[in-house]
Design a protein. Structure first.
Length: 212
């Protein structure tokens, strides 16, 4: 797929937390290294879990060295012209400029592998992940298992003292199993938002009924 020395492209590995995104990125990078490709790895400096700032670590314990970056400009400045594969983990924490950087690298003939969580804890698009998905030639959306019902999980459930976090909390809050659970659409809870949606649906239903 997408062969050719100067034929670059973007591939995005997206999905919920605990779905294996970092594990898949590490797998692709290691295969590129076995193939003799020149690879550079980056990760958001905000993610210092598990292996720390200088390693990409998956929840299952796999690790690989990576360079921490704070923004898209740093990625553009640090990529060597001789690099053939650029991998970026936790891309949801970067600014929107990463979309143009990924495009430019692909246009220059590089394979760009991006991994990130595509929705925040409210179930809304997370950072630049939406535009990156739109630009990508290849997309893989991974699922975890809902801890409540066992169905495929597509949402990140943020927890505070074991209870669902309210919608007004900060979008970015780095954490692991102590702060998040993987849940399906129907088991995902965002209390304040959910109450507002139910009230709106009830209001619309009442208006429709009274109009008959």
């Amino acid at each position: 797929m997408f062969h050719g020395a100067r034929h670059g492209w973007i591939e995005v590995v997206a999905g919920v937390m605990f779905s294996g995104k970092s594990e898949e990125l590490i797998r692709r990078v290691r295969r590129a290294l076995i193939a003799g490709r020149r690879v550079q790895l980056f990760k958001s400096h905000l993610d210092d879990r598990y292996g720390g700032q200088f390693r990409i670590s998956s929840h299952d314990g796999r690790e690989i060295d990576a360079e921490p970056v704070s923004n898209s400009v740093q990625v553009a400045e640090k990529v060597s012209p001789s690099t053939q594969v650029v991998a970026i983990d936790e891309a949801q924490f970067l600014d929107d400029g990463i979309c143009k950087v990924a495009d430019a690298l692909a246009d220059a003939g590089m394979r760009v592998i991006v991994a990130g969580t595509d929705m925040d804890f409210r179930g809304e698009p997370f950072g630049p992940m939406g535009p990156l998905l739109a630009r990508a030639e290849r997309i893989d959306k991974l699922h975890a298992i809902c801890v409540v019902c066992g169905d495929p999980a597509t949402r990140n459930q943020r927890l505070i003292d074991g209870a669902p976090a309210p919608a007004e909390g900060p979008t970015i809050q780095v954490g692991g199993a102590e702060s998040y659970e993987a849940r399906c659409r129907h088991c995902h809870e965002v209390p304040k938002r959910d109450r507002a949606q139910r009230e709106l649906l009830l209001k619309r239903g009442k208006e429709k009924w009274e109009g008959i």
